[in-house]
Design a protein around this ligand. Structure first.
Ligand code: ADP
Length: 357
């Protein structure tokens, strides 16, 4: 199945046809990837219920969601392996559902399991994919450039079966790059790699942005944070956020929290912190540690209390020995987004149930 997929992914590319498709993709004003009201239903189960998003040329976008959210379904529809129940998806202005052959010409795909032939050497395999894709770029120059980019030169004559998982993943990335596709799609590209290999693969993916449009599907938040400019968060087949990575934390408008470790008389410090403008709540977090107590400070969203707290402590002679903002990291934002979506969904379901009564 995997190998059939590899062969399938490396679809035929006749020179004139490929050029025509690429020209259409370059000339179109449409986003490089456009997903419109996609629905995928399996019997009574909705793997995707009406999702829409766009990705501009050269963007690196992460598709993030817990297991079962609908990521693979989205990727499989985008790469032409799965039909949709409703809706449309296009790549470079070419509909993947109406014209899959031409849309696929614009896509390089790395499935979760790299589609490699273990009994071939790296060079044999890359050459094989080059032929399969009917690639028209100068063979040696193109493959050499890819081996350089993906750092495969030193293993080019080795059998793929003898490579480490990290190198095998690079071979998988190399096959996706053959033909210089406008869009590259990675499905969970770092699963099973060691920390060094993970960093290498992430750097490699980041370096592809600008020249290629990249979609990265993952359930690992740190991965999208490290690599992507924008994140589309999907849960139970619905999009629950579509934001720039650096702005996602601001999506959830709620109170901000800070933790301070301050040396000074506990009651006075507590009262002092409570008197700072914008502070809604303050409590002592821990028993005394050395000369300091830890305090949790809560303010309304958008209020910045840190300068005022610093001035207060300086005036009273209390040393601040630790300070951190908490709860604003993406991990907690992601958990809150999923919780919020689940709560809204269960409220909706309850409402619908009651309405039926
Ligand atoms: P993810 O990739 O985010 O883990 P998937 O896209 O694989 O999620 O799955 C989304 C939902 O669709 C899940 O609930 C999954 O069980 C369901 N699903 C996927 N493929 C099938 C199938 N062939 N038949 C029935 N349900 C499926």
């Amino acid at each position: 199945m995997r190998l059939r997929r590899a062969a399938d992914a490396a679809c035929f590319m006749k020179k004139d046809k490929l050029q025509a498709v690429e020209e259409t993709a370059s000339n179109t004003t449409a986003p490089m990837i456009q997903v419109e009201h996609l629905v995928k239903r399996y019997g009574a189960t909705y793997a995707l219920s009406d999702i829409s998003f766009e990705i501009g040329a050269g963007e690196i976008v992460g598709l993030l969601g817990p297991n079962g959210a609908g990521k693979s379904t989205t990727m499989n529809i985008l790469t032409g392996y799965l039909s949709a129940t409703e809706g449309n998806a296009s790549v470079g202005g070419v509909s993947i559902l109406d014209d899959p052959m031409n849309a696929k010409r614009l896509i390089g795909y790395l499935p979760e399991q790299p589609p490699v032939y273990p009994d071939m050497t790296v060079d044999e395999y890359l050459s094989f994919v080059y032929d399969l894709k009917h690639c028209t770029l100068p063979r040696e120059e193109h493959l050499n450039e890819i081996r350089d980019v993906v750092k495969l030169q030193e293993v080019r004559r080795r059998l793929i079966r003898n490579l480490s998982k990290g190198y095998r993943q690079r071979v998988g990335i190399a096959q996706a790059l053959i033909g210089d596709p406008k869009v590259i799609i990675f499905d969970e590209p770092t699963v099973g790699l060691d920390p060094k290999q993970i960093l290498e693969v992430r750097n490699l993916i980041r370096s592809l942005g600008g020249k290629h449009t990249v979609i990265l599907s993952t359930h690992i938040l740190a991965e999208v944070q490290a690599v992507c400019e924008r994140i589309v968060v999907i849960n139970h087949g619905k999009i629950i956020a579509n934001e720039r990575t650096d702005e996602l934390a601001r999506v959830i408008e709620e109170n901000a929290h800070y933790v301070y470790a301050i040396c000074g008389p506990q009651r006075e410090v507590l009262n002092g912190l409570r008197s700072v403008k914008g502070v809604l709540y303050c409590e002592v977090r821990t028993e005394r540690e050395g000369e300091a107590y830890t305090y949790l400070v809560e303010t309304a969203a958008g209020v910045e209390p840190r300068r005022a707290i610093f001035r207060l402590c300086a005036e009273r002679g209390w040393a601040i020995v630790g300070a951190a903002a908490t709860g604003g990291d993406l991990e907690s934002v992601f958990i809150k987004l999923v919780d919020r979506a689940n709560t809204t969904e269960s409220k909706g379901a309850r409402g619908r149930k009651e309405a039926r009564k």
